[in-house]
Design a protein around this ligand. Structure first.
Ligand code: PLP
Length: 385
């Protein structure tokens, strides 16, 4: 392992060189079945032909245009993205999830300031949430372990326990709160889907109190749960949605989308991003949208997810305590620490993730085949013993 990188990641001892479909190959030529998709990024798998072609052709044409101008491909991408996200009217393109959430927080604060004056700047988030690594998105992240060493943090965030409707009702104070930022399915802290009634209550309170309902769909969006946006599965209409990870299939991108209420909050010079939505990311994103935002494709994602959950449950394995998730976003609680299982699976040629100390997390590419699912689950079963 190279020690040239700063010590930020707990890395497993493997160096990858290339990939194809749901497979990655390391520098020694060993192949691994990928149940991670780069943490929900490589949603079409590795080397997806249409994606490779679009990136290569765009790179040859023009890979960047500054924000004094627009590019043909960025316009096409933005228009199709807005159309894919029900109820959204405008988009700001950036490069990452954290950047998208920063944009959402800025929009919520300005929306409230313009309409109600100062003092109504608070943003409510859930305990256990994960919203990013910048100072502000760490502030928004409802996990204490992230709130040390780097202070002072951005003020104005309030954390509430997920699932507690009374706490939600109390926290959403129309005198002090501008927005609610929420993962419909918490990713990093264990693949925890919120209850239907809870999300519906959140939508109702936000609408009644003119608090912006903002879904962080950076991990669960772009088809991952079997609908293009995970919040569609809850039947609610957000004011703001943030996307990143899978949106351009591996090329860095982030997006904050806004519906009727907040689409025109940002005025000229309020926000910006040098690389945001550049032609390379846009060309890749267009392929993702055209592939994923299709009823049959989305249905297949749900079907593959159901197959994985049903198989895991059918084992009745003593080490497996619970299986949950939606679509190809699946968490498995086990009786032992997750990390040694990741290491053992890696040695056997299967890449999986963890989400918390005792939860395995699977985020395979949407293009994974039934045969590959069986093969990967076979390796997992051997690993669990
Ligand atoms: C990954 C993630 C982020 C942060 O995205 P980056 O691109 O790493 O900045 C924010 N929210 C959720 C839900 C995520 O899964």
């Amino acid at each position: 392992m190279s020690d040239v990188f700063m010590n930020t990641y707990h890395r497993l001892p493997v160096t990858f060189a290339k990939g194809e479909g749901a497979w990655l190959t390391d520098v020694n030529g060993k192949r691994y079945l990928d149940f991670t998709a780069g943490i929900a990024v490589n949603c079409l798998g590795h080397g997806y032909p249409a994606l490779v072609k679009a990136i290569a052709e765009q790179a040859a044409k023009c890979n960047h245009v500054c924000n004094y101008y627009q590019s043909d491909v960025s316009v096409a991408f933005a228009e199709q993205l807005v159309a894919a996200c029900v109820g959204m009217r405008k988009v700001f393109l950036g490069n990452s999830g954290a950047e998208a959430n920063e944009g959402a927080c800025k929009i919520a604060r300005k929306y409230s300031l313009k309409k109600y004056g100062p003092g109504r700047h608070r943003i409510v988030t859930l305990q256990g949430s994960f919203h990013g690594r910048t100072i502000t998105t760490l502030s928004a992240t409802g996990q204490d372990k992230f709130h040390k060493d780097f202070g002072p943090f951005t003020e104005g965030f309030l954390f509430i326990p997920p699932g507690d409707q009374a706490a939600l009702d109390r926290a959403l104070d129309p005198a002090s709160v501008a927005g609610l930022l929420i993962e419909a399915i918490q990713g990093e802290s264990g693949i925890l889907p919120q209850e239907d009634a809870y999300i519906k209550a959140a939508a109702k309170y936000c609408a009644e109190r003119d608090i912006l309902l903002m879904f962080d769909e950076i991990q669960c969006g772009v088809g991952r749960t079997g609908t293009f946006l995970a919040c569609e599965g809850y039947g609610v209409k957000p004011d703001i949605v943030t996307l990143a990870k899978g949106l351009s299939g591996g090329v860095p991108v982030g997006a904050v989308l806004a519906g009727e209420k907040a689409a025109d909050v940002f005025e000229t010079s309020d926000h910006g991003s040098t690389f945001g939505g550049n032609p390379l990311a846009a060309a890749a994103g267009l392929v993702v949208l055209q592939t994923v935002n299709n009823p049959a494709f989305l249905k297949a994602i749900s079907g593959k997810g159901e197959k994985i959950q049903a198989t895991l449950k059918s084992w009745k394995h003593p080490a497996i305590k619970a299986v949950r998730g939606r679509g190809l976003m699946i968490g498995v609680d086990i009786t032992t620490p997750a990390w040694p299982v990741l290491e053992a699976a890696l040695a056997k040629g299967l890449l999986i993730l963890s989400a918390g100390p005792n939860t395995l997390r699977f985020l395979p590419p949407y293009t994974i085949t039934d045969g590959e699912i069986d093969q990967g689950l076979g390796i997992l079963r051997e690993t669990l013993g």
